[in-house]
Design a protein around this ligand. Structure first.
Ligand code: ATP
Length: 373
């Protein structure tokens, strides 16, 4: 069942087109994230759903009700803000009760809802404290409890974790997701942090320049990006300017970049010759078998140790490539200047149009999966 529907939405601030041609359908109970860089329009979209901004064009639907003409307080949404937005002079109880008192609910009902919300966010026993007696994480829990207590149709999160330290961010994002799933409530979550988006979301909309670039499950967004923006914004990626050459078996072409010669899936319906070739750092295979496809060798420029992964930057045939080595052990990370041998399997290679950034797909998706590489 659809919980939120955005139709042809456009929003301008003077000359700035903050949102353009936005169409989204968010399912009931879904954890849906708006992901994009600073200034891309994600906060404007969230605020337009909440009713804090009025769109210039388009429609916002919550369930069966069109709400884009309604004021914010009549849309029945709960918002959790980046800066917590808790009232400093009120106690935890009063903060969470605030929206219920405004709605003039009976006292026992207010007490029941506040107590249930505080229990859900693990703040029982903190009712009498004021925000200055709470940590940042606890203040954000109060913000979450306050939004939940009004039992809204949807919960909206505006970068709720960006003021917290790295460890707390991880704890809180797990908690937010657990609470959302426990309540079964639809959530729209804004972040510029791609790792946070991948971990927390059922689906992600990647936004850039006021437009939705791609909507999909985290895995699809990462593994099957629609364009160069999505490929480079979500996760690390190697990008190589290459020239398409002769056919290399049915459905395949050769591509050249410097002295690299790689067998790639032949793009369908593309008559240009220059492409941007992309692959994820984990898709390169180190020390491959002699019969593996797309063998390249190069020199290690530098390495970085990141715990479970070592990042290797190497110069290969005129291109600078990043490659991940998983489960690195001490003494196992190649020294700068040493030789590295790689296979870049055809099925891990993606092609993009360098002019408009669009993904260039092979004739039959999946056909390359069994490709000899
Ligand atoms: P951030 O992550 O930095 O918050 P964002 O993706 O949420 O960025 P928005 O805040 O939605 O981006 O802004 C989108 C565009 O609209 C930006 O160019 C911004 O400068 C502009 N903008 C946002 N609010 C206003 C406003 N009240 N008046 C004028 N321009 C605005």
């Amino acid at each position: 069942m659809t919980s939120i529907r955005i139709v042809d939405l456009e929003k301008r601030f003077g000359e700035v087109i903050a949102l353009s041609d936005v169409n989204l359908s968010i399912e009931k109970g879904e954890f849906f994230t708006l992901l994009g860089p600073s200034g891309c329009g994600k906060t404007t979209l969230l605020r337009t759903i909440a009713g804090f901004h009025r769109q210039d064009k388009g429609e916002v639907w919550l369930g069966e009700e069109r709400v884009d003409e309604l004021p914010a307080h009549r849309r029945d949404t709960g918002m959790v803000f980046q800066n917590y937005a808790v009232f400093p002079h009120l106690t935890v109880f009063q903060n969470v009760a605030y929206g219920l008192q405004v709605r003039k609910l009976p006292k026992p009902e207010i007490e029941r809802r506040v107590s249930a919300a505080l229990k859900t966010v693990h703040l029982e026993g903190y009712e009498k404290r004021t925000p200055d007696q709470l940590s940042g994480g606890q203040q954000q829990r109060v913000g979450l409890a306050r939004a939940m207590a009004i039992e809204p149709r949807v919960l909206l999160f505006d970068e709720p974790l960006s003021n917290l330290d790295a460890k707390l961010r991880v704890e809180m994002r797990d908690e937010i997701r657990a609470v959302q799933k426990q309540l079964g409530i639809t959530a729209v979550y804004v972040t510029h942090d791609q790792e946070e988006a991948l971990v927390i979301s059922d689906r992600i909309a990647v936004v850039s320049g006021g437009r939705v670039q791609q909507v999909g499950a985290p895995w699809d967004i990462y593994k099957d990006p629609e364009n160069l923006f999505v490929a480079s914004f979500v996760g690390k990626v190697n990008l190589i300017a290459a020239e398409l050459g002769e056919a290399a078996g049915p459905g395949f072409r050769m591509a050249r970049a410097g002295s690299l010669q790689l067998r790639v899936p032949a793009p369908e319906g593309f008559d240009g010759s220059t492409v941007t070739l992309a692959f994820r750092p984990e898709d390169a295979v180190e020390d491959p078998q002699a019969e593996a496809g797309n063998l390249v060798s190069g020199k290690v420029l530098r390495t970085s140790f990141l715990g479970t992964v070592a990042g290797i930057v190497a110069e290969c045939g005129g291109s600078t490539l990043i490659v991940d080595r998983h489960h690195p052990r001490a003494g196992d990370i190649p020294a700068p200047g040493s030789t590295i041998r790689l296979s870049l399997p055809t099925e891990g290679l993606m092609l993009f149009d360098p002019v408009d950034g669009a993904r260039l797909r092979p004739a039959m998706p999946g056909r390359t999966a069994g490709g000899a590489g």
